[in-house]
Design a protein around this ligand. Sequence first.
Ligand code: PHE
Length: 341
Amino acid sequence: MMSIYSKIQALSKSVEDFNIKNKEDLESFRLQYVSRKGPLMTLFACMKTVAVAEKKKVGALLNTLKSSAQKKFSEAKNILYTPSSPHEVIADYTLPVADDLGACHPLSIITEKMVQVLQNIGFNLAEGPEIDTDWYNFTALNFPPQHPARDMQDTFFLSKDFLLRTHTSSVQIRMMEKNQLPLRIITPGRVFRKEAISARTHCMFHQMEALYVAKEVNFLQLKATLLYFVQNMFGSQTKMRLRPSYFPFTEPSAELDIACQVCLGKGCALCKNTGWVEIGGAGLVDPQVLLHCKIDPQKYRGFAFGMGIERIAMLLYRIDDIRLFTENDLQFLKQFKHVSF
Ligand code: PHE
C-alpha cells in the first residue's frame, strides 16, 4: 500500500503538471483538486488513520497542497475570465437599457393624479387592510344583518371572521376610530367582489374613498368638492350631476354622474344614449356610523365619496375593457410610456 506521504507527493505532482488551457480544463481541475469531493479531500479524510505523532506533519503537507491547488485554480480563472479586449464582453449588466424603459401602469397614473388633486385641498393619504372583518366592512357602516352584500354570493369570505374588503369605505371607520377630528382623508386601494369577469366588471378593482369629518359639514361642501375634483380630473368645463341614491352609511346619499366624455353629453353607446356616466357614490355620513366610531353626531358631521379608479381611467383613456388592466399585455402597457399627469 502506498504511504500517505507518497500519495501526497503524487497528488502534488499532478496538481503541478495539470495544464489548464481553457475553461473546460479549469472545470475539471476544480472538480479534481478544489471541490469538496475530489481526491485531495479523500486524503484529508485519511487523517483519521494517521498515527498521532505524524498528524502534524501530514496535516501541514496536506494544507500546503490544498492552498497551492486553490492558488493555481484562481490564477487560471482570473486569466480565462478576464476579457482581453472590450469585444469579448458578453453582457454588461450595468449599461442602461436601450430604448425599452418600462411605463407607469395606467391605474398608477390615474391614482397618483386623483391623490394629487385632493391633496391640494387638504386631504391626507390613508391606508387600510385588504383583508378585513365584518365590523369594518359592513356592521360599523350600518349595513343591516340581512343586507345582500353580506351574502356569500357577493363577498369573498376567507373564514367566519375575515373577508376581502368589498369597498374602501372600511378605511373610513378605522380612521375615525383612531384619529382626532377634524379629519380629511383619501384612501385609494384595491377591493374585491364576487363578480363574473367581463369587459365591464371584474372581481378585483380599485376605489378611492374620501372622508371629511368636522363640526360644520354640509351637502354644499360635498358638491363643491366633487365639482372641483371632476373638473380637475376631466377638464374645467366638465359637467356633473348628483342623483338621489341609497347607501347604508350615508344619508342623504347620491350617485355621481359626469357628462359622457365620448359624446360630450350628446348620447352614444358608452352612456347608453343618456349623455351621462356614473363614476361614484357620495353622501353625508350617517349619524349611526359616527356613533359606531364614538363620535358625537350632535357635534360632528361628515361627508364621504368613493369611486372606481378603473372607471375613471377607462373614461380618460377610452379603454373599453376592464380586463386589460390586469392582463399585462405589453402592447397595451407600452402605450402609457410617455403619459404622465
Ligand atoms: N362604498 C360605496 C361603493 O362601493 C361608494 C361610496 C363611498 C358611497 C362613500 C358613498 C360614500 O359603492
